[in-house]
Ligand binder design. Structure first.
Ligand code: ITT
Length: 199
């Protein structure tokens, strides 16, 4: 089995990549002794931040590395929280606090104006040759007026209802989320990315 470092401090993302890439021996940052190391996301696009993370953690580990930059883009908020999804509402909030903050920003906005999409950019980086390839996945839907959760998912999942479904990502089984999600769609392109990199 080939080894791949999934370079994230987000446990929800790590769990999803373990599901999405069953043929890989997935290593976490903690597994490789980088649990306390953080690449700072200084860029303003998903693509640039994903590349910063893939290169930073790839160089630090010397391993084939996957990094993911993702977030929720809400039309009526001019694209917020977007690349700032992990810091929305200020440092110090947890996932629940960020969801409450988002609901507050959308208070009184009718359902038909709550259009949003999850975006995920995945970068694979090979530090041995300093080469990388990237894929993007998008999932369209809307931000619900209240949380709907059955413990599935993480982050903004209890507030996001994908198009074509009457349940939130916090309620849908993981396999259903993976089949249609931004991350699932980006991960489906990983075989092509590996080919691009000459593996
Ligand atoms: P790493 O940078 O270490 O990977 P992070 O959580 O900071 O971890 P991002 O900068 O990419 O990652 O921020 C992503 C944000 O978007 C974060 O708040 C997530 O909770 C949220 N998010 C991304 N994908 C999601 C998903 O599938 N479901 C719910 N929320 C998601």
């Amino acid at each position: 089995m080939h080894e791949l470092l999934v370079a994230t401090h987000n446990r929800g993302k790590l769990r999803e990549y373990r599901d999405l890439l069953p043929d890989w021996h997935i290593l976490s940052l903690r597994d490789v002794g980088l649990g306390g190391f953080e690449v700072v996301e200084t860029a303003s696009t998903f693509h640039e931040n994903a590349l910063l993370k893939a290169r930073g953690y790839g160089r630090a580990s010397g391993l084939l590395t996957l990094a993911d930059d993702s977030g929720l883009v809400v039309d009526v908020l001019d694209g917020a929280p977007g690349v700032y999804s992990a810091r929305y509402g200020g440092a110090g909030l947890d996932d629940g606090g960020r969801r409450r903050y988002l609901l507050e920003q959308l208070r009184g906005v009718p359902l038909e104006q709550r259009r949003a999409r999850f975006v995920c950019v995945t970068v694979l980086y090979d530090p041995a040759r300093d080469v990388w390839a990237q894929a993007e996945g998008v999932c369209e839907g809307l931000v619900l007026p209240e949380e709907r959760d059955e413990g599935q998912g993480f982050g903004y999942d209890p507030l996001f209802q994908p198009d074509g479904y009457a349940l939130s990502f916090g309620q849908l089984p993981a396999e259903v989320k993976h089949a249609i999600s931004h991350r699932g769609r980006a991960a489906a392109q990983i075989p092509a990315l590996l080919k691009q990199l000459g593996f």
